[in-house]
Design a protein around this ligand. Structure first.
Ligand code: GDP
Length: 439
């Protein structure tokens, strides 16, 4: 259970839809006075719970704000577990501002970032891992990212962590028995049971940490660097790729003259294409900085596409490329078309290249773990570290059970933090820092 933390009694409101003009805007009001405040605004009774009704909203002076669809969710069957009223108004700025002012005037307060979700969490409506997945759901740009977020929302991550924790507690039971009873009273093979159980748990954690690295790359998008000498055709290839209909491209803010990054939805896989500065020896200090950056970027990329112009250059390039990198001959319209070569000018081989990129990345997307967040993976690593220590202790002939218990306790504590069962406030501050107002 989530520890009871002093619940705020304020009634809060926020725009749930994006700010700016829109056809419809939804303003959400939650808290003990939500119903009373809403009835003031509509000058009458709300409809039955979960029934949409048309009502005229009025300001403090009786002026009309808008005619809106009003929905009432009675506590505790609501997102936050409190009374919630949703106003679906027209999405004009003046309407949104007038309604905000009216709600403030009646004593509601503008919600802080993530406050609705925080209340849902504190009311036990969702677990911490679900809350994190909810953020991912809203941030998901592509199908594969959506599927990842959905597995969190569906509680798969939580189920996995709870099952592991249960087995950890069972193992702790074995260790406690060994502390409490003498050797003669323990069943034969007791030490061995402890040993193999700890080993298995550590192995599973290590495996999930590995799988979750893939989840993390998937969440952030796969970084694909286009590499090669100046004028080999990197920018042209990038333009060709983003010029396609399926490639919804946008320039990512904060890019320097050294590298341009664009986002691609490659059949559901999120791809960040990076056009690096040309790699070559240079004496120009600024250019050299650019090249250094390009090299670092290439290092940290998930995939590199090395371009070369003439068949004879392949060997030199392949010496620099790593395993799994793609080597592609460019300007096929000038130097000859053959499978594997491309032309950014006439589009030759581009489909094949996209399929190759997708193939290379798809492998990494399969069997992605549950834990895409740094916070989660750190806690998993902590738990695994403690179990590695436990493995060491368990290997000794005369097991020191107290030390073993201590290590298992540490692993258990890390998992409890992962699930938000202890230190929840600390985790919340971190988790909600990336939420925006209205969530
Ligand atoms: P970068 O420095 O590697 O980014 O190379 P650019 O994309 O700027 O290309 C350098 C030159 O090669 C430009 O003049 C392009 O028009 C030309 N170029 C790039 N790709 C092709 C191609 O596929 N065919 C032909 N004929 N020219 C190309």
């Amino acid at each position: 259970m989530i520890p009871q933390i002093s619940q705020n009694d304020d009634t809060i409101y926020a725009l749930a839809t994006p700010p700016g003009r829109s056809g419809v805007a939804i303003t959400r009001l939650s808290g003990p006075r939500a119903r009373a405040i809403a009835e003031e605004v509509i000058g009458g009774k709300l409809g039955a719970k979960r029934h949409a009704v048309m009502r005229r909203l009025r300001g403090g002076e009786g002026e009309i704000i808008d005619d809106a669809l009003v929905l009432y969710f009675a506590a505790p069957a609501s997102f936050t577990g409190e009374d919630i009223v949703e106003f679906q108004t027209h999405g004009g700025r003046a309407i949104i501002a007038a309604l905000s002012e009216r709600l403030s005037g009646l004593g509601a307060r503008l919600a802080e970032a993530g406050e609705f979700t925080r209340r849902a969490l504190l009311a036990g409506k969702m677990g911490l891992l679900e809350v994190e997945a909810l953020g991912d759901l809203i941030d998901a740009d592509t199908g594969a990212q959506l599927a990842l977020a959905r597995s969190g929302i569906a509680g798969e991550a939580e189920k996995w962590a709870r099952a592991l924790r249960e087995r950890l507690v069972e193992t702790m039971g074995l260790v406690t028995a060994a502390i409490d009873f003498s050797d003669e009273d323990l069943p034969p093979g007791h030490d061995e049971a402890i040993r193999s159980s700890i080993k298995a748990l550590q192995g599973e954690l290590a495996q999930e940490i590995e799988r979750s690295k893939r989840a993390s790359s998937l969440k952030g998008g796969y970084r694909v660097a286009i590499m090669g000498a100046p004028n080999v055709g990197k920018s042209s290839l990038l333009n060709r790729l983003i010029g396609r209909e399926m490639a919804i491209a946008s320039e990512i803010a904060g890019t320097t003259r050294d590298a341009i990054e664009v986002f691609l939805d490659l059949g559901g896989l999120p791809v960040i294409l990076i056009d690096t500065a040309g790699l070559r020896e240079s004496i120009d200090p600024i250019e050299r900085m650019g090249i250094k950056k390009a090299e670092a970027m290439a290092e940290s990329s998930d995939l590199r596409i090395w371009l070369y112009e003439k068949a004879g250059e392949r060997e030199e390039i392949s010496a620099r490329a790593g395993a799994g990198d793609l080597l592609v001959r460019t300007k096929a319209d000038l130097y000859g078309e053959e499978p594997g070569a491309i032309s950014a000018q006439n589009g030759y081989g581009i489909d094949d290249l996209l399929a190759q990129i997708r193939g290379a990345l798809e492998e990494r997307a399969v069997d992605a773990g549950y834990f895409a967040h740094e916070r989660q993976r750190q806690l998993l690593s902590e738990a695994e570290g403690a179990l590695l220590e436990a493995c060491e202790i368990a290997r000794e002939k005369d097991m020191r059970y107290e030390f073993l218990a201590e290590a298992i306790r540490a692993a258990n504590f890390a998992l409890a933090r992962l699930l938000g069962e202890v230190d929840v406030e600390e985790a919340l501050g971190f988790v909600f820092s990336r939420f925006c107002i209205g969530k």
